[in-house]
Design a protein around this ligand. Structure first.
Ligand SMILES: [Zn+2]
Ligand SMILES: [Zn+2]
Length: 295
């Protein structure tokens, strides 16, 4: 993506806004395949509801987490979720223990043999250690990694299947389902972003690069509004003042629903629940969160 100097951005902004206000011209900015054209990438972050993300529907089932919404499921420190998007099935992280992953998947009626691909958010053991036995069980699948992950981890994956290296600019898993690529920071991490008809859905592992940074990146790259931000926000030990600033940042980006879990921290989860009210979605193992209508 080409970076545009701020001064130039300000100068062209009114023209871009005027252009977007005119339906026929806006339609002309869309590529034939429905994805935004290069010209569209200069848009300001849009926080209002639009019909931009036309037909995406997503369902996220939490299979591994240290919180649970159903008591009979197994909780353990880590994260994994099954993402169903427009008929596709992708596993996002694996947790650290295959037995726990399988036990929860079975209890929830999820057959992991049906997944088409596996995304690894970052190479911490609580997100990846169940990967080798899982690949041994279900056979090779494309596994989406970052170049910046430790070489030992990348080699381990390469011995079992064909990894897909996600560039920093991100990659499309399927039309309307994206990986951000490395969001920056000292611990390389990527997030999954889905275009649902209700807005963007952002799914994070631990959000080590910063949850606001990831959400902003998603909005800038794929065009807001942000409907839902789900997963680990990694805010344990943060002072309440920075959590409040973060909540303000979410509001500025128009985040409609929040579903913090895993490494977010109890105090931060409570603060989001308080601030978001009905927009707070309680998640944990067994949670099934849906957004959008469509295919
Ligand atoms: Zn974690
Ligand atoms: Zn982590």
């Amino acid at each position: 993506m080409t970076l545009i100097p701020r001064t130039l951005f300000r100068a062209v902004l009114p023209a871009v806004v005027a252009l977007l206000a005119a339906p026929p011209l806006h339609a002309a900015l869309e590529r034939a395949d429905g994805r935004p054209s290069a010209a569209d990438s200069t848009d300001p972050i849009r926080t209002e509801r639009t019909d931009r993300h036309q037909a995406g529907s997503i369902e996220i089932t939490v299979l591994f987490d240290n919180y649970a919404v159903e008591q009979e499921l197994v909780t353990a420190w880590g994260f994994a979720a099954l993402v169903r998007f427009n008929g596709h099935a992708v596993l996002f992280d694996t947790g650290f223990d295959e037995d726990i992953l399988l036990a929860n998947a079975n209890a929830l009626g999820v057959d992991l043999a049906g997944i088409e691909a596996i995304v690894i958010s970052h190479a911490h053991s609580d997100h990846v250690d169940a990967l080798p036995p899982l690949l041994g069980r279900i056979g090779p699948r494309p596994v989406y990694l970052l170049e910046a992950f430790p070489i030992s981890f990348r080699e381990m994956v390469s011995q079992r299947c064909e990894p897909v290296m996600v560039p920093d600019a991100g990659i499309d898993l399927f039309e309307g389902l994206h990986l951000t690529g490395n969001a920056g920071g000292s611990i390389p991490e990527q997030a999954l972003v889905a275009e649902s008809s209700e807005g963007l859905v952002v799914l994070t592992g631990c959000a080590h690069p910063g949850i606001l940074r990831i959400v902003r990146l998603a909005a800038e790259r794929y065009g807001g509004p942000i409907h839902l931000v789900m997963g680990g926000y990694h805010l344990g030990g943060q002072p309440m003042s920075s959590i409040e600033e973060l909540i303000e940042g979410f509001r500025e980006l128009g985040v409609a629903l929040v579903a913090p879990t895993h490494c977010t921290g109890d105090e931060a989860i409570a603060a989001f629940r308080e601030a978001y009210g009905d927009g707070f979605v309680k998640v944990g193992v067994g949670a099934v969160v849906r957004a959008g209508r469509g295919r």
